[in-house]
Design a protein around this ligand. Structure first.
Ligand code: GLC
Length: 398
């Protein structure tokens, strides 16, 4: 298995937006999108950027409880503030803020202790650095030096997740040099560069190991020149960075369905949380992530090995596991009960277009009676629901 395949097996990751903007509690684009934003005041936040001692431990615990196998954390976002020690490149970093610590060191240590793979989000677009708009080649020197620090100082990491090239599509970003730096120090790191909402799934450079589908629908990845992964990132509500008052949350069921859809197209799912200004996980996000984790457990973690399948079915999505079994995912199970009280669903049937030799529900481990590839899905009985059901199938291959 090479590093791209290992990444695909991780399956489900937690995306984390955390930086100076977290303190403003108005999303990570606060500095640019808020017409009343006072830049000096914003930059002054470094003097009160106090981060709880246990922030990384709690974050990693939350990711584990959700069933995530990796975390992609914003080491530097568009505002230019670094959570890592920039080793003298500038002092707009966490060690020079009120917290006085290298937060990336703490993050990586906690990940390694818990068996979670750390990934580094790093911005390309920079609203802070003076060279970004005046001397682009000098800015690229600074960017490459920044990335080199991240490559050299934190041990082996899972990969880099770049973002913001879409802001200057006609500039020379010297991608060969940037990616070459990573290959030199971290030959097995995934290199990902977010193409943004307008170019979902596009392979922007041959060195890229995965394409991105930001809040989109995953599709099959173009593997014509070499094997590449796909990853879809998604928000719990409407923001990446913590934004107080945003309660436009997706349902947990919808997010589970997103995850299944990603796996169906061989993609990973990267689900976001924006940390609060002191580094704490937002309690609402934490609760939702926990619920997803419960579903993952009940369904025996089949999702990590699940990939696209050439077997199809009516009434279910079929995925193929790395154990040689197939998994039928039923998203609309319905509910039974007293029609005066509950919205009663009728139940349904699933017809698999292959020879099913045995089937069991993953959640209850009950055997399912299958006749000529067809089986009944009874509605949940009121009071007992697993939201999205999964049947494990053994299929006789032709
Ligand atoms: C966009 C935004 C950025 C966010 C990212 C996450 O590119 O600019 O704020 O970090 O999406 O995918």
């Amino acid at each position: 298995m090479n590093y791209v395949e290992r990444f695909e097996k991780l399956g489900f990751g937690l995306f984390v937006h955390f930086g100076l903007y977290s303190k403003m509690a108005q999303g990570e684009w606060y500095l640019t999108l808020n017409p009343k934003a006072d830049k000096e005041k914003y930059l002054g936040q470094v003097s009160s950027f106090r981060i709880r001692k246990d922030w990384a431990k709690r974050l990693v615990k939350t990711a584990k409880a959700a069933g995530c196998k990796y975390i992609t954390l914003t080491t530097r976002h568009h505002d230019g503030f670094s959570l890592y020690d920039t080793c003298g490149l500038n002092d707009f970093d966490a060690p020079h803020s009120a917290c006085g610590r290298d937060l990336i060191r703490e993050f990586v240590d906690e990940c390694n202790a818990a068996g979670i793979v750390p990934f580094f989000y790093h911005t390309l677009l920079d609203w802070w650095h003076k060279d970004f708009d005046t001397d682009f080649p000098a800015y690229i020197d600074y960017l490459v030096k920044s990335v080199e620090i991240l490559c050299k100082n934190y041990g082996k990491i899972g990969g880099f997740w770049f973002d913001g090239m879409w802001s200057k599509p006609n500039e020379d970003w010297q991608e060969d040099r940037l990616y070459g730096t990573i290959r030199k120090y971290q030959p097995e790191a995934m290199i990902i560069n977010n193409t943004g909402l307008n170019e979902l799934g596009k392979v922007g450079h041959p060195e890229l190991d995965s394409v991105t589908f930001e809040r989109g629908k995953p599709c099959f990845v173009d593997n014509s020149d070499r094997h590449r992964a796909g990853e879809m990132c998604q928000v719990l509500n409407d923001h990446w960075g913590y934004a107080q008052g945003d309660c436009n949350y997706k349902s947990v069921k919808e997010l589970i369905e997103n995850l299944v859809d990603c796996r169906k197209y061989n993609c990973n799912f990267l689900l976001n949380t924006g940390l609060c200004g002191n580094g704490a996980v937002n309690p609402m996000d934490e609760a939702m992530l926990k619920e997803i984790g419960k579903w993952m457990k009940v369904n025996k973690g089949f999702i990590y090995g699940a990939r696209s399948s050439d077997v199809t079915a009516e009434g279910a999505d079929i995925l193929r596991g790395d154990d040689g079994c197939y998994y039928a995912v039923i998203k609309d199970v319905g509910m039974s009960g007293d029609p005066n009280v509950q919205r009663v669903g009728a139940g349904k049937s699933v017809k698999v277009n292959a020879r099913v030799t045995s089937a069991r529900w993953l959640d209850t481990n009950e055997r399912i009676a299958v006749k000529r590839g067809e089986f009944a899905v009874l509605p949940f009985v009121y009071g007992r629901s697993y939201s999205v059901r999964v049947a494990k199938l053994k299929i006789k291959e032709k």
